[in-house]
Unconditional design. Structure first.
Ligand SMILES: [Mn+2]
Length: 433
């Protein structure tokens, strides 16, 4: 009786099974690793690009809140006339010919290394939103998201979600923040007008969204809500570009994107009484307590235009901060630099030049002007020269202590200049001035 011998093929089969198992485990491990590293990789660029021009990871409806200009893009103090400038341009609203006229008047030169930043609202209202975006891309320009870009991108997102890009369905489900929101005491007539405006706005946004190429939409979607320009000079401090404005006392990282894109005024604790931000500066006794109460939680963005311009409050608080800094002297180390905000969005007010806030929407959309705020290096000897104002036809509401500002700025090697072109002349098709 012989025990049957094990089939000869078996060990081989076992070997094959073992090899198969090992292979499967390796394959699974590799798959897990790949998936994990993909996740890792998707996180890394987000962090890395946070401090540079954001890439296309930003979504249509959830914009990147904050991005920074690379330090190399800042103008060099005392660099002289051949040195690159920083050119910040107000709300273009599709007026490509006005933009080109302004670039010509400013003497924009890509070869020199000029850097262009838009304050948002490059699109809608005017005839060529896509052309304006193309020009920005050509120049390697920077921009922030304005309420109109936001509206257009949201409209596109909504159309995609519905899958009905051809139908101009007039349903109103969106709760986007309109430029003029409802107040408590709004009459029915006003409500109706507001609704009509909102409706018109959505229709326009859909039209613009459809007119843009996917590359143009992607570029717009990747723009941050707040662009940190950086330390331009000790005179200007840290320059920040936004479309609407900022709420004082809230760090940039904690600002509400919808507020930043839409704000015009703030309701302050004493809005109902005769509040004056300047009183903070002049009234020494109540100075500290009142300044503190302003910088914390008492300032609320208004939905309409009631209260005080946010820029006026911002300016008063920055002045106050600098005054405190100079009182401390050198004892407490390096004083905190001021923050100067450059913004658009307020065409109704027009150009508004304050020490620490520049409003440069001069209403190009309605036949006003298109304005650029140019930061340019002075020559080594420029502190001696007398910088001249190139635009005499612009009505600016300057602060009372602005007279020496240009000389004071020039001492630190960078000065600013406002340059405007008429948007009415562009529309008629006349020659660029
Ligand atoms: Mn706007």
């Amino acid at each position: 009786m012989g025990r049957p011998e094990p089939p000869p093929a078996r060990p081989q089969r076992r070997r094959i099974t073992t090899a198969g198992a090992v292979f499967t485990i390796l394959l699974l491990a590799l798959l897990c690793y790949t998936r994990y590293s993909e996740k890792l990789l998707s996180v890394v660029p987000t962090i890395m690009t946070q401090d540079t021009q954001p890439q296309f990871h930003a979504s249509l409806t959830k914009p990147t809140l904050l991005a920074s200009l690379p330090p190399s893009a800042l103008p060099k103090p005392h660099g002289g006339p051949k040195s690159p400038r920083l050119i910040i341009i107000g709300d273009v609203h599709g007026q490509l010919s006005a933009l080109d006229a302004l670039l010509a008047k400013v003497g924009y030169s890509g070869a020199r290394g000029d850097v262009v930043i838009f304050t948002g609202d490059m699109v809608n209202k005017g005839p060529d939103s896509g052309g304006v975006v193309d020009r920005a891309v050509e120049m390697g320009a920077y921009s922030v998201r304005g309420n109109h870009e936001d509206r257009v991108l949201r409209a596109w997102d909504e159309m995609q979600a519905k899958g009905s890009m051809d139908t101009d369905s007039e349903t109103e489900t969106e709760t986007d923040v309109a430029e003029e929101a409802e107040g408590d005491v709004e009459t029915e007539k006003k409500k109706h007008k507001h609704k009509h405006k909102h409706h018109k706005g959505k229709k326009e946004a859909r039209k613009t969204a459809k007119s843009l190429t996917s590359a143009q939409r992607s570029w717009l979607a990747a723009r941050p809500v707040i662009l940190r320009v950086g330390a331009v000079s000790p005179y200007y401090g840290d320059v920040v570009v936004v479309h609407g404005g900022l709420v004082p006392g809230i760090p940039l990282e904690k600002q509400d994107p919808q507020v930043v894109m839409n704000i015009r005024t703030l309701i302050t604790p004493s809005s109902s009484t005769s509040f004056s931000p300047e009183s903070l500066v002049s009234d020494n006794d109540s100075l500290d307590s009142s300044a503190d109460s302003f910088s914390h939680s008492h300032l609320k963005p208004s939905e309409g235009r009631e209260g005080h311009p946010w820029s006026k409050v911002w300016n008063a608080l920055e002045k106050e901060k600098q005054k405190k800094n100079s009182k401390k002297g050198g004892r407490h180390g390096t004083p905190e630099p001021p923050t100067t905000v450059v913004y658009g969005h307020d065409a109704k007010t027009g150009l508004s030049v304050r020490r620490y806030a520049f409003g440069i929407d001069s209403n190009c959309a309605r036949g006003g002007e298109l304005t650029a705020l140019v930061f340019e290096p002075t020559s080594a000897s420029a502190a001696m020269s007398n910088p001249s104002d190139t635009n005499t036809n612009i009505n600016t509401n300057k602060d009372e202590d602005e007279d020496d500002s240009e000389l004071a700025a020039a001492r630190h090697g960078i000065k600013h200049r406002l340059v405007s072109v008429s948007c009415r002349a562009q529309r008629i098709g006349g020659r660029h001035v």
